[in-house]
Design a protein around this ligand. Sequence first.
Ligand SMILES: Cc1cc2nc3c(=O)[nH]c(=O)nc-3n(C[C@H](O)[C@H](O)[C@H](O)COP(=O)(O)OP(=O)(O)OC[C@H]3O[C@@H](n4cnc5c(N)ncnc54)[C@H](O)[C@@H]3O)c2cc1C
Ligand SMILES: CC(C)C(=O)C(=O)O
Length: 359
Amino acid sequence: MNIHKKDIIIIGCGCIGLSAGVILLKTGDYNVKIWAKDLPPNTTSNKAAALWYPFLSEPLDKVGRWSQETMDYFKKEIIPLGVEKTGTLTKKVYELYRTPRAQLPEWSPFVPSFRRMKKEEMLDGYIDGFTVEDGFVMDTDQYMDWLVESFKALGGSIDQREVVDIREPFIYADIVINCSGLGARELIGDRLVYPSRGQIIVVDNTRDISLMDEEDEYQLGYVIPRVHNSVLGGTNQQHNYNLEPSKKDTEEILDRVAKISPQFERKNLKILGEKVGLRPSRYSIRLENEFMQDGRKLLVHNYGHGGSGFTVSWGCALDTLKLVRKGADKLKTSNKSDVPWYSLLNKRRSSSSCSFVND
Ligand SMILES: Cc1cc2nc3c(=O)[nH]c(=O)nc-3n(C[C@H](O)[C@H](O)[C@H](O)COP(=O)(O)OP(=O)(O)OC[C@H]3O[C@@H](n4cnc5c(N)ncnc54)[C@H](O)[C@@H]3O)c2cc1C
Ligand SMILES: CC(C)C(=O)C(=O)O
């Protein structure tokens, strides 16, 4: 631990917490530790499809900027490392509609390659659609493992531990980043974040472009070809906490993707498995500073990314760094006399749990 660097604890080891950790460590200004109840592959992030496409997340103007910054980051820092390392491929993305869509997505002005689909690109049964030429897809488990490796290679460390009281990490660090996803519901009592249950089917590889039929944002039909396999989806069941795959959902997903193209009919597919994840949905992504303990501690919130965590991850990580810098300058210095009462707790843990202890 470098005593000249500020100590930061990130709560959460999903794509949001890991991306924020990498960006903070790359500055060379911080000692960063992640505390997380679940580690990859047991996070929601590992259950994602995943492809670059803003979905089920607000506010759309900020989601547009974060998505474009994330796309730029992928192009500059991740794609050049090669698919074997990061599990990430650039992939054209098509969003198909059976009814006309006069309105372009609000995030589209931020994405240079976004355009309406041409007639000749349309699939049978569809009359409108959008495309992004330079989207990307990733084998989520491989990408998450690469994120963990990158975080540790930059000097970050990861403790598997549940945070029951948000004040606990402040015993060891003045700055805490809350990347707890759906866990924010309990951790900080934010009842505005809720689960949107997503189920996917993993099949043998299909074709070279991602196709999504989002005519109905609850009964999704999508095919996302990845490196080693493809993902069919999906569902969007709000306030549903069931983490077990449902046979009914599998049957309905297969019916929906078969309608995209006959090549995705069940007889042409080899099912490898099913996954279920609970998207951390919220009316708006929460990315802001909160000062604690009379301004001596800084809590940076970065959670509630719904169906777009990967799509906005690096844009939100870059904004997290800006918030840390802005907030750190405003922190009042804690002096020994006002050491909070609970810092007497966990004395037994100070030897084992965290190298940031300010003796
Ligand atoms: C089926 C499905 C498909 C998806 N497809 C896509 C896609 O194609 N593109 C896309 O961009 N997004 C997609 N998403 C959405 C994406 O998966 C999420 O937005 C993203 O994973 C959220 O990341 P996160 O790091 O906030 O949450 P998580 O991955 O849930 O990580 C939260 C972390 O916080 C920890 N934590 C929580 N509470 C506590 C606590 N009290 N103490 C300690 N640790 C705690 C957890 O253990 C975990 O480590 C999909 C989601 C699903 C379910
Ligand atoms: C649109 C799909 C790929 C998605 O982001 C999700 O299911 O959350």
